[in-house]
Design a protein around this ligand. Structure first.
Ligand SMILES: Cc1cc2nc3c(=O)[nH]c(=O)nc-3n(C[C@H](O)[C@H](O)[C@H](O)COP(=O)(O)O)c2cc1C
Length: 146
C-alpha cells in the first residue's frame, strides 16, 4: 500500500500525530508546504492533518487544498484529522480538509478524527498518541476492506 501523510504544525503536536500515523502506515509524514504533485503517483491513501487556527485549518493547509487541481486525487482514498483544544467553541479543521480532498476527486475512507492538546502549545493529552495509532490501524483495515 502506498500512503502519504501531509500535515501542518506550529508547535509540533500535529507533526507528532502525523508521524505516529505515518509509522503505522509505513509511509512518510511530509509538511504540507513540501508537497509536490509527483507524490501522488501510485498513491492509494492520502491523510491530511492540521491544527485548528481560528476555527479552521491553518493557512498553509488552505493553500495546499486550494492549489489541488480538480480530479488530481481521483482514485485515491483520503482521511483528515486535526488537533484542537478542549474549549467550548473549538471549531473544526477536518470538514474543510475533507471538502477540499473530495473536490479534488478523493474518496473519504473513514470519519475524520481529532486529537486534543492541553494548551495552545501542547502537549497532546496522554491518550492521544495511542488514539492516533488506533485510528491509523482503522485506516489500514478499512483500506483492506475489513
Ligand atoms: C492563533 C491560534 C489560534 C487557535 N485557534 C484555535 C481554535 O479556533 N480552536 C481550537 O480548538 N484551538 C485553537 N488553537 C489551538 C491549536 O489548535 C493548537 O495550538 C494546536 O492544536 C497545536 O498543534 P501544533 O503544535 O501542531 O501547532 C489556536 C492556537 C493559536 C496559536
Amino acid at each position: 500500500m502506498k500512503a502519504l501523510v501531509l500535515y501542518d504544525s506550529f508547535f509540533g503536536n500535529t507533526k507528532l500525530v502525523a508521524e505516529i500515523i505515518a509509522k503505522e502506515l509505513d509511509c512518510k509524514a511530509v509538511k504540507v508546504d513540501e508537497f509536490n504533485p509527483d507524490m501522488l503517483q501510485g498513491l492509494q491513501l492520502l491523510v491530511v492533518g492540521s491544527p485548528i487556527r481560528g476555527w479552521r485549518p491553518s493557512p498553509l493547509t488552505h493553500e495546499f487544498l486550494n492549489a489541488l487541481p480538480q480530479g488530481s486525487l481521483k482514485g485515491i482514498k483520503a482521511a483528515s484529522f486535526d488537533t484542537r483544544m478542549r474549549i467550548f467553541i473549538h471549531g473544526d479543521a477536518t470538514k474543510q480538509i475533507s471538502s477540499g480532498l473530495i473536490n479534488a476527486g478523493a474518496e473519504i475512507l473513514v470519519d475524520p478524527k481529532w486529537f486534543d492538546v492541553k494548551t495552545k502549545e501542547g502537549p497532546l493529552f496522554e491518550e492521544e498518541q495511542e488514539n492516533a495509532k488506533t485510528w491509523a490501524q482503522q485506516l489500514i483495515s478499512k483500506l483492506k476492506g475489513n
